[in-house]
Write a protein that binds this ligand. Structure first.
Ligand SMILES: Cc1cc2nc3c(=O)[nH]c(=O)nc-3n(C[C@H](O)[C@H](O)[C@H](O)COP(=O)(O)OP(=O)(O)OC[C@H]3O[C@@H](n4cnc5c(N)ncnc54)[C@H](O)[C@@H]3O)c2cc1C
Length: 380
């Protein structure tokens, strides 16, 4: 696979999809052809068997081509990566039935064949607070009935199945479970997405009134979502980080092209802004890659999780800061609709707002730096 050539093609199409606010069909045709939907899938099921560090490397490159495409891809990688990387022993310890492993393998093998998965966690009232989701499930004779409404579902209308977070309607406690719900009857996309940045993610609302089989319950166990968020935070907290490092890299590339083209590159103020941006992006990339290496080598340890939170904070803040500064160096001509820096300015603004938000990351890291237990407070 020629990833740099694929990234170049994505980059050339990014403005078009952003302007139309449309799902990047051609990018996903390319990703499918390159076998990237099977990136996280083990080779025995037809995939590449990538580690979290491998994912990070791919996501940085995709993000530097088209942030929105990389973000949709991140959601798919989060579903397949979490399924592929959770050790069988751990799932058994949680109480998963043996039937879970066959259904997990079917889901992963389908991804290697080109199926796309999306994440439907957020809700209008709850934001990304898992413990507050109102979408509810009840047991039926053959499985579950899920009812509720989701928002910000990247890739909505184009995914083959959605990872849905829902609460047990019969429990007074926030007993939250994940279901992989196939697209189809009972899953209705409401085309609401018209937002500032990452416009080509088509992150529409989703209305659910659907019955699913027993094996749609991810992990085969109820009530595991909150625990998983704490013990395996990388997919929930920091997989976006790589995407926003890619976006920040793209700001440097398009900034340099614009400044040189307009003959502004010799101005000391302009050079200083580019110099600061360069070091900020390099520092963010080092932290994100270090976190990815930690997750790969020592998943779930306190030290690893601290790097995961650092990665999300620095990537989100850096993308927004360099986009702000380089746009100022580039001048008003770069704020015209269709200019790459104008799109990147809007796309980069989203990183700090995605969960865990920069403020939440900073609070978590501050608690850790002060010697407190950052997980004592419910983050989700
Ligand atoms: C481009 C884009 C794509 C997205 N794609 C998806 C997707 O595919 N699937 C999906 O499920 N969601 C997706 N989201 C949604 C997103 O990840 C969040 O769920 C959403 O941004 C929550 O928004 P909210 O405005 O309700 O804010 P909240 O997350 O509720 O945050 C609002 C404010 O409360 C603060 N806050 C939040 N939690 C805490 C806390 N625990 N402690 C202290 N302060 C807190 C925040 O810092 C912020 O200031 C996407 C968002 C964007 C921007």
């Amino acid at each position: 696979m020629d990833l740099p050539a694929l990234v170049d093609r994505m980059s050339g199409r990014a403005s078009k999809y952003d302007a139309a606010g449309e799902f990047p069909e051609e990018d996903f045709a390319d990703l499918r052809d390159a076998g990237l939907l099977g990136l996280m899938v083990p080779p025995r099921l037809g995939g590449t068997g990538a580690s979290f560090a491998d994912y990070t490397d791919v996501a940085v490159q995709l993000g530097s081509g088209a942030g929105a495409t990389a973000l949709i891809f991140n959601m798919h990688a989060s579903v397949t990566g979490a399924l592929a990387h959770t050790p069988d022993e751990l799932v058994r310890q949680f109480g998963a039935p043996e039937s879970f492993f066959a259904s997990r393998d079917r889901v992963l093998a389908a991804a290697a064949e080109g199926a796309l998965y999306a994440v439907a966690m957020s809700e209008r009232e709850a934001g990304s607070r898992l413990s507050k989701v109102r979408t509810a499930y009840e047991r039926t004779g053959s499985g579950f009935r899920i009812t509720g409404a989701k928002t910000f579902v990247s890739g909505a209308g184009h995914a083959d199945a959605y990872l849905v977070a829902a609460r047990d309607a019969t429990s007074g406690e926030p007993r939250i479970s994940y279901f992989l719900v196939p697209a189809g009857p009972g899953v209705r996309v409401r085309p609401t997405w018209d937002s500032l940045g990452m416009r080509a993610t088509t992150s529409h609302d989703l209305d659910l009134d659907v019955e699913v089989d027993e094996d749609a319950l991810v992990g085969g166990i109820e009530g595991a979502a909150l625990l998983l968020a704490q013990v395996m935070p990388q997919w929930l907290v920091a997989s976006y980080a790589a995407v926003y490092v890619g976006v920040a890299r793209s700001v440097l590339r398009h900034g340099a092209a614009h400044l040189t083209e307009r003959g502004l590159h010799t101005l000391p103020m302009v050079r200083a802004r580019m110099g600061r941006a360069d070091v900020q992006v390099a520092a963010a990339e080092l932290v994100v890659r270090r976190a990815a290496r930690q997750v790969t080598d020592d998943p779930g340890s306190p030290e690893t999780n601290r790097w995961v939170w650092r990665a999300k904070l620095i990537a989100g803040d850096t993308a927004a800061e360099v986009a702000f500064s380089v746009l100022e160096a580039a001048g008003a001509s770069a704020t015209r609709r269709g200019h790459p820096l104008e799109r990147l300015y809007r796309d980069a603004r989203c990183g700090a707002l995605q969960p865990a938000t920069s403020d939440v990351c900073a609070d978590w890291l501050g608690a850790a730096a002060l010697g407190d237990n950052p997980d004592e407070v419910t983050r989700w």
